[in-house]
Design a protein around this ligand. Sequence first.
Ligand code: ZN
Ligand code: ZN
Length: 283
Amino acid sequence: MRRVGAHLSTAGGYTKAVDRAIDIGANALQIFSGSPRTWKRKPINNEELQELTQYAFSKDVRPLFVHALYLVNLVSDNTESVQKSKNVIIHELEFTSKIQGAGLVVHVGSHQGRGWEAVKEDLFLLLKNIFSEASGDAPFLIENSAGQKGKLHSDLGEVRETLDAVDSPRLGWCYDTCHGWAAGYSATEQDDPDRQDLFAALEKYDLWDSLKCIHVNDSRDPFNSHRDRHENIGEGSIPAEELAAILNHPKLKDVPIITEVPGFDGKKSPDAENISRLRNIVQ
Ligand SMILES: [Zn+2]
Ligand SMILES: [Zn+2]
């Protein structure tokens, strides 16, 4: 059965996220290792993490993904912020490795107006250093962005350049349907002269095999709006046929799905209705 998962809370302990996944009918899971809005991380507790993995796998909730905290900016113009980002990513990679995670999904950061060309060499070097220092084997997955406020990797060519320059088997990427839609990529025809064909871009940049996770979110904002606000599946501006075209593409049909939608019950978390809508879309 297709892996249809959700980003869920670990409140009460990591294994509680597995229970929440089962409750809503999900069979894959993404979590934060700690609060996404603070730098502080508690030391890695091998037993606790082993318990999470054993429990999740025994319930057939897999693969597991970790989403890095939101404060990370690997290309900040503030060197202290870059150092903090580097240290926390090394921690997150070790955490992901300990839970046998399929990847750490990262919003790499913002060039803060300086542009991709101005920051890319520093980014490539930093990523190489991260891979040489982080223990374990967890993949680092670059998430495409909506391109708001100088966020990197809204252009899929930047993903290709990063993969080539860093040249590590641990580097892959994650496509977020809300972000791609907002950045002007679609798999179906849209009435916009600046539309970029998603599959043509994946082909041009040879980004099929390195794609390890699809974040499936609807969008509160229009196509090519460069805004990043997730909406429940079927309630936003992305047509069902667009999501179906992506999720059921022959080259993508084995890629695990994670949804990060707000849910219908006001709890700001994916729910059973969203998982069920996704199951109706995937073949
Ligand atoms: Zn996402
Ligand atoms: Zn987003």
